[in-house]
Design a protein around this ligand. Sequence first.
Ligand SMILES: *[C@@H]1O[C@H](CO)[C@@H](O)[C@H](O)[C@H]1NC(C)=O
Ligand SMILES: *[C@@H]1O[C@H](CO)[C@@H](O)[C@H](O)[C@H]1NC(C)=O
Ligand SMILES: *[C@@H]1O[C@H](CO)[C@@H](O)[C@H](O)[C@H]1NC(C)=O
Ligand SMILES: *[C@@H]1O[C@H](CO)[C@@H](O)[C@H](O)[C@H]1NC(C)=O
Ligand SMILES: *[C@@H]1O[C@H](CO)[C@@H](O)[C@H](O)[C@H]1NC(C)=O
Ligand SMILES: *[C@@H]1O[C@H](CO)[C@@H](O)[C@H](O)[C@H]1NC(C)=O
Ligand SMILES: *[C@@H]1O[C@H](CO)[C@@H](O)[C@H](O)[C@H]1NC(C)=O
Ligand SMILES: *[C@@H]1O[C@H](CO)[C@@H](O)[C@H](O)[C@H]1NC(C)=O
Ligand SMILES: *[C@@H]1O[C@H](CO)[C@@H](O)[C@H](O)[C@H]1NC(C)=O
Ligand SMILES: *[C@@H]1O[C@H](CO)[C@@H](O)[C@H](O)[C@H]1NC(C)=O
Length: 539
Amino acid sequence: MKAVTISLFVFFLVIAATVISFCDGNSNVLCIESEGQALLNFKQDLIDQSNRLSSWVEGEDCCEWVGVFCNNLTGHVKELHLGLLTKGPDADEPVAEWGAYLRSKLGGKINPSLIELKHISFLDLSNNDFGSLTIPEFIGSMKSLTYLNLSLANFQGQIPHSIGNLSKLLYLDLGHNPLFEAKALQWVSGLSSLQYLDLSEVDLRKATDWLQSTQKLPSLVELHLSRCSLNNDPSPISVNYTSLAVLDLSRNTLSSVPTWIFSLVSLVSIDLSSNGVEGVIPNGFQNMSSLKFLDLSRNAFSSSTLSWLSNLNRLQFLGLSSAGLQGNFSSAIGNLSSLTHLDVSHNQLEIIEPKCLESLCTIREMDLSYNGIDNEVSEIIESLSRCSLDRLESLNIASNKLSGHLPDQLGQFKNLAYLSLSRNSISGPIPFSIGKLSSLKVLDVSYNRMNATLPQSLGQLGNLEDLDVSYNVLEGNISEMHFSNLTRLKFFWASNNVLTFKPNPSWIPPFHCKSIGLGNWHLGPQFPQWLQFQRTCLF
Ligand SMILES: *[C@@H]1O[C@H](CO)[C@@H](O)[C@H](O)[C@H]1NC(C)=O
Ligand SMILES: *[C@@H]1O[C@H](CO)[C@@H](O)[C@H](O)[C@H]1NC(C)=O
Ligand SMILES: *[C@@H]1O[C@H](CO)[C@@H](O)[C@H](O)[C@H]1NC(C)=O
Ligand SMILES: *[C@@H]1O[C@H](CO)[C@@H](O)[C@H](O)[C@H]1NC(C)=O
Ligand SMILES: *[C@@H]1O[C@H](CO)[C@@H](O)[C@H](O)[C@H]1NC(C)=O
Ligand SMILES: *[C@@H]1O[C@H](CO)[C@@H](O)[C@H](O)[C@H]1NC(C)=O
Ligand SMILES: *[C@@H]1O[C@H](CO)[C@@H](O)[C@H](O)[C@H]1NC(C)=O
Ligand SMILES: *[C@@H]1O[C@H](CO)[C@@H](O)[C@H](O)[C@H]1NC(C)=O
Ligand SMILES: *[C@@H]1O[C@H](CO)[C@@H](O)[C@H](O)[C@H]1NC(C)=O
Ligand SMILES: *[C@@H]1O[C@H](CO)[C@@H](O)[C@H](O)[C@H]1NC(C)=O
């Protein structure tokens, strides 16, 4: 008896080994014929102007078709990747290329044959253009789906409640279909495994149950409801989201910070930007000790102190642009020891305590523009240089009341790519050390009182694309050396100074700019030859 068992066991081992080696050796498990046919029926109803699906040919193995992924043991179609990478029109790209991109979007109808793909877990039809089609009811029958992405695909009408039947879904992205509407969200409570829900730009004005319904999802980690026309919070004081880490309620019309947010102490990211919220920034944020990202920008907060920030030592991104901040930039900021992005632009801050900048050792981008900050510019640069020399990539202090001279330390921020100090009252020279900022792409010191000669070291900035020194009292002779390595320069504004430039008539500039402004320069007497090489330039 024992011998039989053992030999049977060995027999099964051999079979198992054979199956495994067969599958490893020959990964071309052929497509299931009925599923290939279902895909062809699906293709038949699509409009595919650019012939993206040209590999979908009858009689050939559907597992090899573009966008189709099969289970390599069973041959069942398991994933359909027909989304398109998103991109915007790029000014540098030929118009034809953008046209080709738009044509590569699929359109047409969605054939119910998809239901026959009984084992499909991943369906991505995002970023296509279904010309205001409604999502077909039958999508709720595709019960094996764990990932469904129909975002940016120009669907319209009501979201079918049958989607609530997809109880295995982990990811549901229906965002950015501006013609979508949901009158209620009760159906989402069926999505008991859901981790990620994006309904951004879906009109939820009538779905007053959105909070009740989404908070019942026990596994929800990310909730994106940006631009959903959400009015004020229909809220219970505390909610039940057990796993929520990312909450995006930006671009709605909330008029106060929903108080239930403060009971979610494990939130990592909160975006309430662009809502028109009024009143003082509540200090309820102060106990959210897991918070790494907080965006309260573009609201109508009134004067507020920042003391509530002092506990948030994990915070990496803080956006308080247009948040009605007044007075001093308090030392609470100095306790944000993980901060990488800080935006307090468009407020009425007057003073920055230099000390509070000294401990921002992780800061990469800092925007203090459009305030009334009247420190000496050297105080700010020197304080930042204590700890963030190697990290700072972007610094914007434009439109303030900074005075004094730029310090030599400026040249030590070796990763600085963007520097704007325009519209202040800074005087003196641009320091010679500027030539060491080899990562610099944008330098804007326009509308100040800079009153020296331009340093020749500017000519070393091989990555510089955008240089604006206009509206100062810069003086002296400019030479070819000032441009020696500026091969990437695209925008150059230097008008309204007292500069003279008379290069060698045979000089050929190393750059081909797009726009150049040299008003009030002494260039003459003849029209400068070198400008002929700037054919694409706007003056
Ligand atoms: C089969 O699929 C699994 C999981 O997707 C993968 O890790 C493995 O490499 C595949 N094997 C072959 C032979 O393609
Ligand atoms: C859905 O597709 C869009 C566009 O391709 C993409 O940006 C987005 O990240 C996808 N959503 C998820 C949850 O993967
Ligand atoms: C699927 O959802 C619809 C609409 O919510 C419902 O009427 C139907 O009973 C559900 N079907 C199954 C099998 O759960
Ligand atoms: C919160 O969840 C618990 C356990 O899942 C449940 O008993 C309770 O009724 C829920 N409360 C609300 C307000 O939904
Ligand atoms: C923060 O937590 C502390 C201690 O748990 C508590 O005393 C305080 O009231 C809380 N602050 C806010 C604004 O909720
Ligand atoms: C602002 O800071 C200055 C100098 O640190 C201090 O004297 C002044 O009292 C502060 N003002 C406010 C409103 O906190
Ligand atoms: C910064 O944090 C330290 C220690 O956590 C604390 O003692 C100090 O009061 C905080 N500073 C401010 C301005 O809240
Ligand atoms: C530049 O301006 C400052 C402040 O107005 C003045 O002290 C300085 O002498 C000026 N320098 C030159 C070279 O004109
Ligand atoms: C010119 O710029 C390049 C980077 O574009 C840099 O590698 C090179 O060292 C620069 N040369 C001088 C003389 O500054
Ligand atoms: C500028 O160049 C002219 C001659 O081209 C020279 O006379 C003048 O001294 C120079 N000015 C300065 C400040 O170097």
